[in-house]
Design a protein around this ligand. Structure first.
Ligand SMILES: [Zn+2]
Length: 259
């Protein structure tokens, strides 16, 4: 272990409504990975191309898209590349505990951690499914584009609790976290699952998580259109997204909003 300083990096787009521009929608993607392992033979560098340079690329593309909107959304949008996710969601935790803008004026966190890499898919996975109104907003956006939203296919893996969105949820902020679909258009059934299993077995948290010339990012672009739509709707909506009744994070949010 060695102590050192690192930073979250934020960009912001100011909302166009004078009354609502003090309210925020946040997009997050962690920029860190595992660094370098000097005892390894051969390649010692953990590039983290899928995990999570792909998500950071998505964050930059979303910000670029939002900048082109005339007018800007009513509320403001924060684009945040978080640090030290791999060390225990530390950058997101720091922001959740020391927010730049009040959490009671923040509507949602939309998190990206590993985008779709093998082409367009019919489906998208809602890893955070069952928690908040953001599910319904994602489902509406998905249907509008002729696609399907599936709930978290492997909740037993606890993925929802192992990414930056969890730190925002813990302090009460509704969060959305999606994963790549499996039903890849133009490929045989099972192809998407096979690629996912291959990644987990061979490349996840390994130096071999590198850019692969065979990747087809058109699926990531389609998924980003959905995340854009959800954030855009939230930034313009009449009401804040809410936790579903009975979810473990709801009490925190309700107490925060009563103040
Ligand atoms: Zn990651």
């Amino acid at each position: 272990m060695r102590p050192f300083k690192s930073r979250n990096v934020v960009g912001k787009l100011e909302g166009s409504d004078p009354k609502l521009k003090d309210e925020w929608v946040i997009y997050t993607a962690h920029w860190d990975h595992l660094g370098r392992h000097e005892e390894l033979k051969g390649d010692q560098i953990f590039n983290g191309a899928a995990d999570n340079a792909s998500g950071v690329g998505g964050l930059i593309e979303l910000a670029t898209g939002y900048m082109k909107l005339k007018p800007a959304p009513k509320r403001s949008v924060l684009f945040m590349a978080t640090t030290a996710e791999e060390a225990g969601l530390l950058g997101a935790k720091y922001y959740a505990e020391h927010p730049l803008y009040a959490l009671e004026k923040t509507l949602a966190d939309i998190n990206m951690d590993g985008l779709s890499l093998w082409g367009k898919t019919r489906d998208i996975e809602d890893i955070s499914f069952g928690n908040s109104d953001l599910d319904d907003m994602l489902a509406a956006a998905t249907t509008k584009r002729g696609r399907v939203m599936n709930p978290n296919s492997q909740p037993e893996k606890g993925t929802f609790y192992r990414a930056d969105n969890f730190e925002f949820s813990k302090v009460g902020l509704p969060s959305l976290y999606t994963g790549a679909g499996r039903d890849v258009i133009g490929k045989p059934p099972g192809f998407g699952q096979q690629k996912k299993d291959e990644y987990v077995a061979k490349h996840y948290h390994q130096p071999s998580d590198e850019v692969n010339p065979e990747w087809d990012l058109s699926g990531a672009a389609e998924d980003l259109r959905l995340l854009f739509e959800v954030g855009y709707q939230a930034a313009n909506a009449d009401k804040f997204p809410e936790w579903k009744p009975g979810t473990e994070f709801k009490a925190k949010r309700d107490a925060m909003m009563k103040k």
